[in-house]
Design a protein. Sequence first.
Length: 220
Amino acid sequence: MLLGIPVASMRTKLLAQQEPKRLYSEAQTLAEVGFERSWSATVLERSPLIVPARRYTFPREVAGEEDAMARGALHLIVRPEIGGDFLATCALGFKHPDMPTGVWGCPVAREMCAVAGGYAYIIDTTRPESMTHLSLRPVVALRELEEQKLLLFAGFHTVAAWGLVGMAWESGRLSWEGLRLGSVIGDVLHGFGWDVTTDRELPFTLDLRTGQHEGGGFLR
């Protein structure tokens, strides 16, 4: 699927091939797709009146995010392989309707990636207090690469990858504003980045093993 993200007052493009955004209503449980998972999750339309004994709110208090919950949140009931169910409340990053919101698998079966309005949270479902809030913000597209054991995150300028042992790499800048992700051939991702000087998309290749790239629209 192609996903377009307009940015106000800029001639910005972001067309990224990805799986459809996974948006779920109350009491709808996620299907087993993509990476193998040792957990299941249900997305709720609102915070439940009766909550599990274990509940976690993300992000934790950090500078600049004091009002994060005022934007809204993604509410999840998570059922890990071990330990009891827990409620995860993940603050929305942005309210723009094109920003992805949903749940994705990770290369490690016990880990879950929750995305709320472009904010991505990696949660170890066996130790929910162990959460990583990705510094790439907003995340505008995701892709599960089972063969390479990478979960890809695309932003407006760079691509990042989460692997078997955490963050694997983040690419250099690929575009002045907006990326278009294409096919994966072997261990190489093909895509396009926008060049402000020519107002054209220029191709790039990105080595999925290292995060190193060639080409793109941000050439100096």
